[in-house]
Design a protein around this ligand. Structure first.
Ligand SMILES: Cc1cc2nc3c(=O)[nH]c(=O)nc-3n(C[C@H](O)[C@H](O)[C@H](O)COP(=O)(O)OP(=O)(O)OC[C@H]3O[C@@H](n4cnc5c(N)ncnc54)[C@H](O)[C@@H]3O)c2cc1C
Length: 291
């Protein structure tokens, strides 16, 4: 059985969106193929007519400071993110999340854009990026647009991208003094692909006070979850045991955990999330003191 009929190699973003718009349908993008190929082979994705390979597009490989923000092209593989001193300086939670994805072979091929576009609620790179207030640059025949990352997700495995749109890359605010981020997760010992639970924190400190915070958790709902009430609770509070305890209670109150037969019960996730929150808060707070 063939899983596709045509395989195209566009060399630019414009060629890619034209290929998606005008090739025989269904036509979909492929990057590292580490999610898509398995989904096609195992019947979790309906057969496609045209695969549009994004790996030959130089613009999607960029990793640089652009317009006073960190730009990471959607086609950048996880291993480059992990090895980048720029990303380490400005986006520690992303380095930590991408560094835990699969093994070296997967991280060599799999891309950040694929991790996000697959739209799974607990995708590690996605959760690491969500806490950083990233924006995605989207291209289609109509032109380019910027979208807050959380607006890319419509449901489990479902993005808000139209069929002729691709993600070009992600813009992340540069880290300022007093800011820090961290990511942690728990995975089954023999687990592949998705964690039992992951969590990312970004925060800004002023002396001993938390000036602002952002928390992302997966899986804690049908889409990658932003814990807005917990973030609001933390804002303006002194960084101390009592505040961490209050934040743990706030997170338990707003996050919706469910039991997934292959991974963990909801009850176990509720026990884990308070530990992950404290660990990530301490790490981000410590980093916020570094230059
Ligand atoms: C052994 C193994 C272990 C893994 N471990 C983990 C793990 O620990 N944590 C984790 O989060 N994931 C894990 N994964 C899943 C996977 O590797 C990641 O989600 C990866 O980042 C997907 O990227 P890709 O380039 O391979 O995407 P692809 O498989 O090429 O594409 C995935 C989806 O995104 C779409 N797409 C790709 N690029 C774009 C773009 N630029 N614009 C629009 N749509 C696009 C494709 O059409 C497809 O629907 C694992 C996978 C394997 C096989």
């Amino acid at each position: 059985m063939t899983l596709w009929k045509e395989y195209l190699h566009p060399q630019s973003v414009q060629q890619a969106v034209e290929a998606l718009a005008f090739s025989p349908a269904p036509a979909i993008p492929i990057a590292g193929g580490t999610d898509l190929m398995l989904d096609l082979q195992q019947g979790h994705h309906p057969p496609v007519h045209t695969l549009v390979d994004l790996t030959g597009i130089p613009e999607l490989q960029a990793l640089e400071i652009r317009n006073e923000r960190l730009f990471i092209g959607a086609g950048v593989p996880h291993h480059r993110i992990v090895e980048s001193s720029l990303v380490r300086q400005h986006a520690a939670s992303l380095v930590e999340s991408c560094g835990l994805i699969g093994g070296p072979q997967v991280r060599n091929a799999a891309t950040l854009g694929g991790n996000v576009a697959h739209a799974l609620p607990a995708a590690d790179g996605t959760i690491g990026l969500l806490a950083l207030n990233a924006e995605a640059e989207i291209a289609s025949l109509a032109g380019r647009r910027l979208l807050p990352l959380h607006e890319l997700f419509a449901g489990p495995g479902k993005s808000t991208l139209a069929h002729d749109e691709i993600i070009v890359g992600f813009y992340i605010p540069l880290r300022k003094p007093g800011q820090g981020s961290a990511f942690c997760r728990v995975m089954r010992a023999q687990g592949i692909a998705l964690p039992i639970l992951n969590l990312a924190v970004w925060l800004e400190r002023q002396d001993e006070i938390i000036r602002a915070a952002r928390i992302a958790v997966g899986p804690a709902g049908p889409t990658p979850f932003r814990a807005l009430q917990t973030s609001a609770y933390l804002t303006g509070k002194p960084f101390c045991e009592e505040t961490i305890l209050g934040a743990q209670q706030a997170l338990l109150a707003e996050a919706q955990f469910r039991t997934s037969p292959a991974r963990a019960t909801a009850e176990y996730r509720r026990k884990l999330v308070v530990v992950l929150l404290k660990t990530a808060l301490l790490s981000a707070w410590h980093r916020a003191s570094e230059q």
